[in-house]
Write a protein that binds this ligand. Structure first.
Ligand code: KIV
Length: 276
C-alpha cells in the first residue's frame, strides 16, 4: 500500500473514480481504517459526540481535538489524515486560523485541515493555504452552525439557497481549497456543483454523484445509536456484538469459568510449599 497524498484526490476526480473517506478518533480505530485501505481519514469534530459525549460539535476544544488527532496520526501509515478545525478555532481571524491549523500539522501530525463555511470563510482558507497547509472546505449542512440553521436540516432546497451554495463552492475552490465536503444537500445540487468545480467533492448525505463519499466510523459500524442520520448505512451492529461479548465475559467470571488453566501461568507447586 502506498502513502496517499492530495494528488490521489485529483487523480480520482480526473478519472471519474469514486473514493471513500471514513472518520476516526483514536489509535486503534485509525489503524483499522488505515489497514482496510481507506485512503482518507477525517478526524471529524463529530468526536465531540462519539468520543466526548457532548450533544453537538460546538463544545469541542482545540486541545481535545489535538489529543484525538495525535492518537489517530500515530495509528496511520498510509491514509491521508484531515484534521477538523473546531468551532471558533478559525472564525475569529485569519491569524487564529493559521495558528490553529498549524498546530494540527506541526504538533499532531495531520496532513491537512477542514473547516466549515462558504464565501465568508474564504479569507481564512486563503491564509491557511498560503501558509503551506492544504484545506478541505465544507458547505451545506454545517453542524457548527446548528443554531443558525435552526437544526440539522437539508440545505439548498430553494433556488436562493441552492444558488448560494453553488457560489460558496466556487468561492471555496477559488480560495485554494483542495477538496470540498458537501453535507446534507439534495443530490441534484451536489451533482451540479461536482460538475462545475475542478476540485473533488466529498459527499455525506449529498447523494450519488459526488466524487467521493464520507461516513462516520460509529455510524458505519453500528456503534452509536443516540442519533442515526438518514444517509448513514450500518454494515455491522458492533454495539450489540460488543454488548454480548461483555455479558459473556461477565458470566464466565461469575460462573468461575474464566480465567481457566490455559489463561494462567504456572510454577511447580513445590515452590509454593517452600515459601511458607
Ligand atoms: O465531523 C465530521 O464527522 C464531519 C463529517 C462527517 C463530514 O465533519
Amino acid at each position: 500500500m502506498k502513502k496517499i497524498n492530495l494528488d490521489f484526490l485529483e487523480n480520482q476526480k480526473d478519472n471519474n473514480l469514486p473514493f471513500v473517506a471514513v472518520t476516526a478518533y483514536d489509535f486503534t480505530s485509525a489503524s483499522i481504517v488505515d489497514g482496510a485501505g481507506i485512503p482518507i481519514l477525517l478526524v471529524g469534530d463529530s468526536a465531540a459526540m462519539v468520543m466526548f459525549g457532548y450533544d453537538s460539535t460546538i463544545p469541542i476544544t482545540m486541545d481535545e481535538m489535538l489529543f484525538v488527532v495525535s492518537s489517530v496520526t500515530r495509528g496511520t501509515k498510509h491514509s491521508l489524515v484531515i484534521a477538523d478545525m473546531p468551532f471558533l478555532s478559525y472564525q475569529q481571524s485569519i491569524e487564529a486560523a493559521i495558528i490553529n491549523a498549524g498546530r494540527f500539522i506541526k504538533s499532531a501530525g495531520a496532513h491537512c485541515v477542514k473547516l466549515e463555511g462558504g464565501k465568508e470563510m474564504c479569507p481564512q482558507i486563503k491564509g491557511i493555504c498560503n501558509s503551506g497547509i492544504p484545506v478541505i472546505g465544507h458547505i451545506g449542512l454545517t453542524p457548527q452552525s446548528l443554531h443558525k440553521l435552526s437544526g440539522y436540516k437539508v440545505q439548498g432546497k430553494s433556488e436562493v439557497s441552492a444558488k448560494k451554495l453553488y457560489h460558496d463552492a466556487l468561492a471555496v475552490e477559488k480560495a485554494g481549497a483542495s477538496a470540498i465536503v458537501l453535507e446534507g444537500i439534495p443530490e441534484e445540487l451536489a451533482r451540479f456543483i461536482t460538475e462545475k468545480v475542478n476540485i473533488p467533492t466529498i459527499g455525506i448525505g449529498a447523494g450519488r454523484y459526488c466524487d467521493g463519499q464520507i461516513q462516520v466510523f460509529h455510524d458505519l459500524l453500528g456503534l452509536y445509536d443516540a442519533f442515526s442520520p438518514k444517509h448513514a448505512i450500518k454494515y455491522v451492529e458492533l454495539k450489540k456484538t460488543i454488548h454480548n461479548a461483555l455479558i459473556a465475559y461477565k458470566n464466565d467470571v461469575e460462573l468461575k469459568k474464566f480465567p481457566d488453566k490455559n489463561h494462567s501461568s504456572h510454577i511447580d507447586i513445590e515452590v509454593i510449599k517452600n515459601i511458607e
